[in-house]
Every structure is written in C-alpha cells, then in structure tokens.
Design a protein around this ligand. Structure first.
Ligand SMILES: [Zn+2]
Length: 590
C-alpha cells in the first residue's frame, strides 16, 4: 500500500480547489459561505449537498456522505486512494515523491494499459475516417448517425488484416505483451491473431472516462455479430455500461435515464438530442449495473424490443432488480412494438415520438402483475403456478413495505392468499400479530441446521447476525449457538434441548420434521442468508460505514452472488431445490 508523506498530501490539497473539482459534476450554487447542489450520491429533489471552500470539504445532509477532494474522487469516480492522490497531484503540477513511483507498479501497469487502449481507439478512429473505413462509414450513414456523433463517441474501424496493431504500435516485447494483456491480441497455435477484424468499433469507457475495451460489430458476414473485449483487469463487462461516463452528468442534469439494449440505440438517441441512454454490453443486465443505474437516477425507463427475446430480457431485468427495489425508486418498463428498437423509433418518429412512448411506460408493479397474468392463463393450475412464482419473487424483495403492497396487489389479482397457500399443512389460521412469516429461505436454513446440528460449527462468524427475527425465533436461534458451543458431541440434540427450553416454539418441531435439507442446498442457503444480511447492513448503515467496510462488504456480496448462481444451476440440474408447498406439506408433521 502506497504511503504518502503527510506534507505531500497537504501540498496536493492546498493546490486543489474542491469547488471546481466537484463543480464539474454537480451544479453548485453559492449559499452563504458554502455552495449547495443536488447530491450525486443519493436521489433528492432539493439540494442538501454542501461544499465548503474554506474547509475544502463536502457533506450531504441527506445521506451523510462527506469528505475531502480525495474522498470525492474515490466515491464518485471510483479511484483508489493512491490514484486519487496521483490524479490531483498531476493536475496541480506536482511530482510524486520518488518512493511512490516505485511503489505504484500496479497503478503504472493499469495506466500503461489505459494509454495503450486510448492509442488503439485513436488508430481505429483514424482508419474509419480514411479510405479503408468507407464501407463502415456508409453503414453508419445508412443508420442515420451524424459525423459529429461518430466523432464524439470515438467510433472506429478495425481493418480485416492480422498484425495491424503490432505494425502500428511497435513490435517490441513490452508492447506485444501489453496488447495481449488488454486482450486485443491473442497468441495461438497459428501465430498471433487480433481479436477485432473487419469490425465497426465502439470504445467503452469506465466511469473515469478511461477507455477500457471495445465492442465490435461485424460488417461482413459471419458470427458473432457483436464481440466485446475479453475480461481483463481493465475490462469487467458486468461492471460497465455503455454511455455511462459520457452521459452521467447529462442524466443527472435532465433527470432522465433510458436503459436500452444496444450500442446503436445509445448513439441514435444521442443523435436525436437524448444523450441520456445507457446499455449493458450485449448481455443481460446484472445487479452491479442496476446499482449504477439507480445511483444515477431513481426513475430510469427500461426500454425493450417488443419481441419474445425482449420480453424475456425485461422479465429477467425485473427479477434482478427486486432485491434492490425500495419505495424511493420508481423504475419503469417500456415495450416497443414488435420489430422496432429505440434506434428505429427515433428515426421514424423523432425524439418526441420516443418521449411520448416513455410517458406510457409501466411501473415495475404494473409490469410484474401483467407478466404474472400472462403466466397464469385461465386454468386453476396456471393460477397455482403463477401464485408460486409470485411468492418466490416477493421473497426476493428486501423492502418490507414494498413487499406488503405488492403482495396485496397480487392477492387482489388472483384471489389467492399467498401466505396461506404456502403452509397448507398447518391448517390453522395464523395467530394475530404474525403478519410476516419466516421467509422460505429462513425456514429452510433453520431446518437445515436443526436437522444436522454439526452444521452449526461450519457457519461463518457473521451467521450470528443473520436476520431470523420472527415470533421469538431469534432468541431460539441465538441459544442454539451456545448449546452447540457448550457441547462435546458434534451431534448434540440441539432441537431436543431447545424444545425443552422453549416449549411454546412449535417452529422447532416443524424444522426438524420437514423434508431433509441436502448438503448442496444448505450451502446455498447459508450464502443466500449472508447475502441478505450484507444487503440489510448496507441499507441500514448507509453513510455510517467506512469506505473500506462498505467496499469489503460489496466485494463479499459479489463473490456470494457468483457462488449462488453457480450453486443454483447445479441444484437445478440435480433437481434438489424444492421450495414448493407440496414438499413441505408431505414431510411436515406439525
Ligand atoms: Zn446525499
């Protein structure tokens, strides 16, 4: 970890004007001795974000984010601390202390990659505007993209020959190795090949505006039509959105964000005066990208093609965003007519045409209900299927209020009482006051533990904080830990002892008696519990977590989500995961 002398840091800060730095992203108005603006870190309609020129600090009275110039770059633009120092030192014309230059090998490597990628983008752009790029230019003209937009977004053309980049950028071993590392040249049995050939090139930037990779559209025949840079330390597809750094400030300023499916859609909208679109990089939109979107704007419109693929993509997007939804967010969904995309709409109807369609976009709740209605069809079986799906999706909502409202709506729609349907074996109406049952996830997690007490010993430390607070269950859960700790025997009868101590907690018997929880499922459940815990902690501690803590949590969450996907697929293959009511009804003796 780089360590800068405090005197050097002071010098950098002394030469930095935080008002100017922040003012490039946030519209600031003088108010007394401070400046005020709309907070770039949370959504608000009236300014509570203040910047003090005297203290050189920013602070948001709404979300509690605050700090100095380094922190702003770290929070807002994703710099690491050394990168933020280096950036501001560079701007101020200060040389880095000798020590740091040596320390920052990793930073230097990343920088060299960024510089190389920028040179490659410039090269591709030059080719596009030359004789060689004529065919690509003709394609762009046919798609109605003005030259001004082509230049502004740095489009280029990769010629259809091998060895182009190495001829242009040097053949020494260092340049060759870097071209490989950033994924532009692939060494193979038949020599070194270039990843992009005969393709129209879209440079992709990270949120700092560095070019980190490319999307390439094939102009001739062949597959795949679109190809992206390979994953590399520079290019993480699931963490990037096309148009993000170009459109971020405009999206905040206009309070308008349109999520589209393709690069050309983003550019077509920009060409028609709507530089407020973002697109994932050719894959389904993921949770990290959704977080980026919601941080920019609380009411993005997700715009999908009207065909079957578009409908599926929309439904997947909804499923992915459920854990993130809160009452403060109002994402909306728009289907275009079959055969149309945003590009074709703005070309035939202009920006106004698209904007009036955007007005008619559905709320997430409307969209969800409509999708469920389609799923239900008219048969009773269809309705049951739909109710089960609805229940599973409700469980993914982490905002309790939202979940309650959505549940009421779907029950109105179907006439099915979801909470009742879930526990037919109980057969009794719920006691008053028990409005929220344990979620299916919590239920199976606790069952898995009670059935195999040795599993307690494998739980991560954080498991003590898992949220199981329902009708006294938290107390039982905590007591279980101390029973296991005190016992010699790995397989101490935890459930028996708990039942003895808490005779009124009938859940304990239910857990032991329900369908056995297999190993793989239990692994899945633990991770899912931890993921929920992290999300809850992030929400409830918003603004009070240190940057390091919240980054650590975020990284752990990403790891968990990868593991969950992997396990989820495996479990589906083996058909082990059964959360439906039949399984419980059959095995439950309570
Ligand atoms: Zn704020």
């Amino acid at each position: 970890m780089a360590h800068f002398p405090p005197s050097f840091l002071d010098e950098v800060l002394a030469r930095t004007d935080i008002v100017e730095l922040i003012g490039r992203h946030v519209e600031l108005k003088k108010s007394g001795s401070n400046y005020m603006g709309l907070c770039p870190f949370h959504h608000e309609k009236t300014p509570s974000f203040s910047v003090s020129p005297d203290k050189q600090l920013f602070y948001c009275f709404g979300c509690g984010k605050g700090g100095g110039a380094f922190q702003f770059l770290m929070e807002h633009d994703g710099y690491s601390f050394p990168e933020a120092v280096e950036y501001l030192a560079g701007k101020a014309g200060l040389e880095l202390p000798q020590q740091q230059k040596a320390d920052n090998g990793e930073t230097a490597r990343m920088q060299a990659g960024h510089q190389l990628l920028a040179r490659v983008a410039a090269l591709y752009a030059r080719v596009l505007h030359s004789e060689q790029g004529k065919r690509a230019m003709a394609y762009l003209a046919e798609r109605g993209l003005p030259r001004e937009v082509i230049r502004r977004y740095g489009l280029g053309f990769a010629p259809g020959v091998h060895g182009f980049l190495e001829r242009q950028l040097g053949t020494d071993s260092r340049a060759r190795s870097l071209l490989e590392q950033v994924g532009l040249v692939v060494p193979g049995r038949h020599g070194r090949t270039e990843r992009f050939r005969d393709r129209l090139m879209f440079p992709i930037r990270d949120r700092r505006g560095n070019i980190v990779g490319f999307g390439g559209r094939l102009l001739g025949q062949g597959e795949p039509k679109y190809l992206n840079s390979a994953e590399s330390p520079w290019f993480h597809k699931s963490r990037l959105l096309y148009g993000f750094s170009e459109h971020r400030d405009e999206i905040r300023r206009r309070r308008m964000l349109i999520v589209v499916e393709g690069y050309m859609d983003v550019l077509a909208l920009a060409a028609h005066g709507l530089p407020v679109a973002l697109a994932p990089l050719g894959t389904a939109i993921g949770e990290h990208q959704l977080r980026m979107i919601f941080r920019l704007h609380d009411a993005p419109v997700f715009c999908f093609d009207g065909d079957r693929a578009g409908r599926q993509a929309a439904w997947r997007a909804l499923e992915r965003m459920l854990p993130l939804l809160t009452a403060e967010l109002s994402p909306r969904f728009l289907y275009l007519p079959d055969g149309e995309d945003p590009d074709s709409i703005v070309r035939s109807e202009g920006a106004q045409g698209l904007e009036s369609r955007l007005q008619q976009a559905q709320t997430a709740l409307q969209f969800w209900l409509k999708g469920l209605r389609l799923l239900a069809g008219s048969s009773p079986e269809g309705r049951a299927r739909m109710a089960r799906k609805a229940d599973a999706m409700l469980a993914a909502l982490t905002d309790d209020y939202l979940r309650q409202v959505w549940r009421q709506e779907v029950e109105k729609l179907t006439g099915v009482n979801l909470a009742m349907a879930r526990r037919p074996a109980a057969g009794k109406p719920r006691a008053a006051g028990r409005t929220e049952a344990l979620s299916e996830l919590q239920e199976r997690f606790l069952a898995g533990l009670m059935q195999e007490p040795r599993r307690f010993r494998r739980l991560p430390e954080v498991a003590r904080h898992f949220f199981v607070d329902y009708n006294g269950v938290a107390k039982v859960y905590m007591r279980a830990f101390s029973i296991v700790e005190a016992a010699e025997d790995q397989n101490v009868d935890v459930a028996g002892q708990l039942l003895h101590e808490f005779p009124q907690q009938t859940e304990i018997a239910r857990w032991v008696n329900q369908a056995p929880v297999p190993e793989m499922e239990f692994e899945y459940l633990c991770l899912a519990m931890e993921a929920n815990y992290i999300r809850m902690k992030q929400r409830s501690m918003r603004g009070r977590l240190s940057l390091r803590e919240s980054q650590a949590l975020q990284m752990r969450l990403q790891h968990i989500e990868r593991e969950l996907r992997r396990l989820g697929e495996k479990i589906q293959e083996t058909g082990e995961l059964e959360y439906d009511e039949e399984g419980q009804g059959k095995h439950s003796h309570s």
